[in-house]
Design a protein around this ligand. Structure first.
Ligand SMILES: [Zn+2]
Length: 138
């Protein structure tokens, strides 16, 4: 998998990505194709995580009820679990990166279609989370 982001101007990577997506999106240019492709690739990401557990076995999931009540922020950050055990292997990581990349492609396509700026959305969300701090817990 290529990791040549350093050749991009990091301040413009979202803009360049959106422009490239715009140039290469022909067959699925309808907003209906874009939003259903987003669903498809969301499902493919979830499927890749599931296959990492059920086929590869590099990770496993041991889930149980999360206890939030009466806990401080510090306790929550220590006690709330991901339920994941193990480390994702290079093969599963490569597959997930491809699926997430395809998802990002259609997310950028949706932004293009609706004339939204992906970088602006990312920046606004980052600022909101930074400003709200622990009050933005999701
Ligand atoms: Zn694996």
């Amino acid at each position: 998998m290529s990791r040549n982001l350093e050749v991009y101007d990091k301040d413009n990577v979202c803009k360049e990505f959106q422009e490239q997506v715009s140039k290469s999106l022909i067959r699925h240019k309808s907003v209906l194709d874009i939003i259903t492709k987003l669903d498809e690739f969301n499902a493919r990401i979830n499927r890749a995580v599931a296959k990492s557990v059920t086929s590869c076995g590099c990770i496993s999931i041991h889930a149980e009820k999360q206890e939030f009540d009466g806990k401080s922020y510090e306790e929550l950050t220590d006690k709330v679990k991901t339920h994941l055990h193990g480390t994702i292997c290079e093969n599963c990581k490569d597959i997930l990166e491809i699926e997430i990349g395809d998802y990002l492609f259609y997310l950028a396509a949706l932004c293009n279609t609706l004339e939204l700026d992906l970088f602006e959305i990312l920046s606004q969300e980052h600022d909101r989370n930074k400003t709200l701090g622990i009050f933005s817990l999701k």
